[in-house]
Ligand binder design. Structure first.
Ligand code: PRX
Length: 659
C-alpha cells in the first residue's frame, strides 16, 4: 500500500450519521454487538431460528477438530425450501421474487414466488430424470437469466452441489473446473445478450466437454436453455433442450431435507498457485450467514423493499446476495442480464427508476466508471426510491464513496462498504445502516457475530493507527468448509499462518484508524483484484508460458484508475522466437483471453530480456510492480543480478507494449 493512501486515511474526517428513519426501524441495533460478543453461539442460534428447519440442531458449533467446523450439528434443512416453498406456504406466493430485465429493451418477465416454486420443482424433476442424484455435481454456465437461479435452487433442492462458472470464462477454464469437481451434468444456454448482441455460450461448453474428456472426465448430459435462438451444434446422445425437458416436467416435487453440513456448492476462486481453488460451502450455516447478513446489513424490509444486486451469479456475490440470502428472506429483486451501458449509458438508472429500487448493491469499479461519465446521466433519472447503497469487491476510494452517496443516493442514503470473500460466504465487516456513522472508504467494524482483528506477523493485535494482516478470530456459520478435494491446501492456505491462535488468515492487509475502524487495503499475496474479481498472477503466468514463443513470464497487478488493479505482464521470449514477429503483444493478449477469459487480458505486456530474481530464483514482483506503476524502483539489494532492473526500465521506456 502506498504511503499516499495511508496518509489519506488518517485525514478522513467526514462522517455520515444514519438517517433517523432508518435508525428508528432498523432490523439490527447497536445492542446486538455486545450481545453477540458475549455469547456468539447463542447469537447464531437466534439467527438460525429465522429459517425453517425440518429438524432442529443438537449443537450449534462443533469446533473440536479445527479448522474443520460443523455448524448446526444434527439439523436437517433444505435450502430451496427455505428460499421458495416456505414463502408460498405462508401465503406470499403472489409476491414478486424477480423482476427480470433482459438486455434487449422490453424483454422483461415478472416471476412470483409461486411461479418460482413451480419452475424449481420442474427443474428438480428434470435433473433427476437426467440421472442427477444427491451428492452429484452439476456445472452451471449461463447468462444472467431466471433459469440460472432456478437451476441453482433445483440443485439445492435435490442435494446436488452446483458449481457455477462465470459465462465470461473460456472453455479451458470451464474444462478444468468440470474435471476438478467431476461434474456429471452441465446446464447452459445457447447464448445470452451482452453489449447489444447475442453472445454464444454453447460452443464453449462443447469444447470444454472435449477438453475435460482429454483430462479423463466425461460429462454425461448438457441441458440447454434457448435464450438467443442462435444456431447450436447438437449431440443427440448428450444435449437436451430445457424447453423439451424442464418445461414439460411436473410442477410437483416433494422436497427432501439434508444434513446441515450437506455440500451446497463449490465456487472456484483464484489462489496464489495456478490451480483455482474449489471453495466448498455447506447448507445450514451458509444459509444462516447469508440470510442474516442480508437482513441486517441491508436492513431488508421484504414487504416494501425492491432490492438489486448487480453482480453476476458466476461470482460468490451472486450466490449469496442474489440467490440464497435475499430469497431466504423473501425479498423482491431486480435481475438484470446485461451491461450498464446497453443500449445506452443510463440503463441502470432507468431500471432503478422503473422498478423503484430501494436497496442497490454494486462494485467500486462500476461506481468509478459512472463518475467518469459524469453526473448528468444519473441526474436525468428519478432515483429517489433508493434508501441504502452497498459496495463490494475491492476497497472503495473515499471520493467514489462520496460521489455514490451524493449523486446516486441524493445525500440521503447510507453506504455500506461490505468486506468479505468467496471463502467467508457472507459479509463479515460492514457498517450497519441504522447504527453506524459511516466514514468514506472504511468498512468500519466486524458485524455482530463476527470477530475480526488486524495483527502483526507474530499475531499481536496492532494498536489504533497501525496496519497489519486481517484475521477472523472466531469461526462463523458461512465459513468455507474446505477446498474441494484438498484438505491440506485448505489448512495451509487459510489456517497455517496463525495456527497457534486458531485464526483464519484472509490474505488481506488492513489498517485500524485512530478510532479503531478498519480500512481494508487489498491483497498481501500474489492475488490481484481486477474490477472486483480475483485473479491469480500465477494462473496468468502459466497461460503466457503455454504459448510456444514464451520462455518465462511474470505478472503483477498494477494500480488502475478504472479497474482498481490491471494485469501487467513481463515476458521473456524463447531464443528461437526472435523478436516474436508480427504483433507479438497482441498475439499474447489474445492467447490469455482464450486460455482464461477476457477478464484476465493483460493491459500491458512488456517483452524483456531478463526478470529480476533473488539468489534463490524467486521473481521479485515488488520491483516489477514499481516499474508497472511508474515508481522509483525500490530496494534491489537482494537481487542476484542488480543490473537487471536497469535493463528492464530502459526496455520499458521503448516498449511498444502499451495499448
Ligand atoms: O481483497 C479483498 C477484496 O476482495 C477479496 C475477495 O474476493 P472474492 O473472493 O472474489 O469476493 C468478492 C466479493 C465478496 C478480498 O480478499 N474485497 C472484497 N470486498 C472488499 C474488498 N476489499 C476492500 N473492501 C471491500 N469491501
Amino acid at each position: 500500500m502506498s504511503q499516499e493512501t495511508l496518509s489519506n486515511l488518517s485525514r478522513e474526517d467526514r462522517r455520515f450519521e444514519p438517517p433517523a428513519a432508518i435508525a428508528e426501524h432498523a432490523n439490527l441495533t447497536a445492542e446486538a454487538y455486545d450481545r453477540a460478543a458475549a455469547d456468539p453461539e447463542a447469537f447464531w442460534a437466534e439467527q438460525a431460528e429465522r429459517l425453517s428447519w425440518d429438524q432442529r440442531w443438537d449443537r450449534v458449533l462443533d469446533w473440536d477438530d479445527p479448522p474443520f467446523a460443523q455448524w448446526f450439528v444434527g439439523g436437517r434443512i433444505n435450502a430451496a425450501y427455505n428460499c421458495v416453498d416456505r414463502h408460498v406456504e405462508a401465503g406470499r406466493g403472489d409476491k414478486v421474487a424477480f423482476h427480470f430485465v433482459g438486455e434487449p429493451l422490453d424483454d422483461t418477465r415478472t416471476i412470483t414466488y409461486a411461479q418460482l416454486k413451480d419452475d424449481v420443482s420442474q427443474a428438480a424433476n428434470a435433473l433427476t430424470a437426467l440421472g442427477v442424484e444427491a451428492g452429484d455435481r452439476v456445472a452451471i454456465y449461463m447468462p444472467m437469466i431466471p433459469e440460472a437461479v432456478v437451476t441453482m435452487l433445483a440443485c439445492a433442492r435435490i442435494g446436488a452441489p452446483h458449481t457455477v462458472v462465470f459465462g465470461g470464462f473460456s472453455s479451458d477454464a470451464l474444462a478444468s473446473r468440470l474435471e476438478d469437481c467431476q461434474a456429471k451434468v452441465i446446464v447452459t444456454a445457447d447464448g445470452g445478450y451482452r453489449r447489444g448482441s447475442a453472445s454464444a455460450l454453447k460452443p464453449a461448453v462443447d469444447e470444454a466437454r472435449t477438453k475435460a474428456e482429454a483430462l479423463g472426465h466425461t460429462v454425461e448430459k448438457v441441458l440447454v436453455v434457448r435464450r438467443t435462438g442462435q444456431d447450436v451444434a447438437w449431440d443427440d446422445d448428450v444435449d437436451v433442450w430445457w424447453h423439451e425437458s424442464v418445461a414439460t416436467a411436473s410442477t410437483e416435487h416433494a422436497c427432501e431435507f439434508f444434513d446441515a453440513e450437506h455440500p451446497l456448492y463449490v465456487m472456484y476462486t483464484s489462489g496464489t498457485t495456478g490451480k483455482p481453488k474449489g471453495i466448498l460451502h455447506t447448507t445450514g450455516g451458509y444459509l444462516v450467514g447469508t440470510s442474516y447478513t442480508h437482513w441486517a446489513v441491508f436492513d431488508l424490509k421484504p414487504d416494501t423493499d425492491v432490492y438489486w444486486c448487480t453482480a453476476d451469479i458466476g461470482w460468490v456475490t451472486g450466490h449469496s446476495y442474489i440467490v440464497y440470502g435475499p430469497l431466504a428472506n423473501g425479498a423482491t429483486q431486480v435481475l438484470y442480464e446485461g451491461t450498464p451501458d446497453s443500449p445506452e449509458r443510463g440503463r441502470w438508472w432507468d431500471i432503478i427508476e422503473e422498478y423503484g429500487v430501494t436497496i442497490f448493491y454494486t462494485a467500486p469499479t462500476a461506481i468509478r466508471s459512472f463518475m467518469k461519465q459524469g453526473r448528468e446521466i444519473p441526474d436525468k433519472r428519478d432515483l429517489s426510491s433508493l434508501r441504502i447503497l452497498g459496495s463490494v469487491g475491492e476497497p472503495i476510494n473515499p471520493e467514489a464513496y462520496v460521489w455514490y452517496r451524493s449523486v446516486i443516493g441524493g445525500d440521503r442514503t447510507p453506504v455500506v462498504d461490505t468486506w468479505w470473500q468467496t471463502e467467508t460466504g457472507a459479509i463479515m465487516i460492514s457498517p450497519l445502516p441504522g447504527v453506524t456513522a459511516g466514514k468514506p472508504g472504511s468498512a468500519m467494524t466486524a458485524i455482530p457475530g463476527v470477530a475480526a482483528d488486524v495483527v502483526t506477523d507474530e499475531g499481536a493485535s496492532v494498536p489504533d493507527g497501525s496496519g497489519g494482516y486481517l484475521v477472523l478470530t472466531q469461526p462463523w456459520p458461512s465459513m468455507l468448509r474446505t477446498i474441494w478435494g484438498d484438505d491440506e491446501r485448505f489448512k495451509e492456505t487459510y489456517w497455517s499462518k496463525y495456527a497457534a491462535q486458531g485464526w483464519y488468515f484472509a490474505g488481506d492487509g488492513a489498517k485500524k484508524d485512530t478510532d479503531g475502524d478498519l480500512w481494508v487495503l487489498g491483497r498481501v499475496d500474489d492475488v490481484m483484484n481486477v474490477s472486483g474479481h480475483r485473479l491469480s498472477t500465477t494462473e496468468i503466468e502459466s497461460a503466457l508460458v503455454s504459448h510456444p514463443k514464451v520462455a518465462e513470464a511474470a505478472v503483477v497487478g498494477a494500480k488502475d484508475e478504472d479497474t482498481g488493479q490491471a494485469v501487467v505482464a513481463f515476458v521473456i521470449l524463447r531464443d528461437e522466437a526472435g523478436d516474436g514477429g508480427g504483433d507479438i503483444v497482441a498475439e499474447l493478449r489474445k492467447h490469455v483471453r482464450t486460455q482464461i477469459g477476457p477478464i484476465a487480458t493483460p493491459r500491458q505486456i512488456m517483452i524483456v530480456a531478463e526478470l529480476p530474481k533473488t539468489r534463490s530464483g524467486k521473481i521479485m514482483r515488488r520491483l516489477l510492480k514499481d516499474v508497472a506503476e511508474h515508481r522509483e524502483i525500490g530496494d534491489v539489494t537482494t537481487l542476484a543480478d542488480s543490473s537487471v532492473m536497469e535493463l528492464i526500465s530502459a526496455g520499458v521506456d521503448s516498449s511498444p507494449g502499451e495499448d
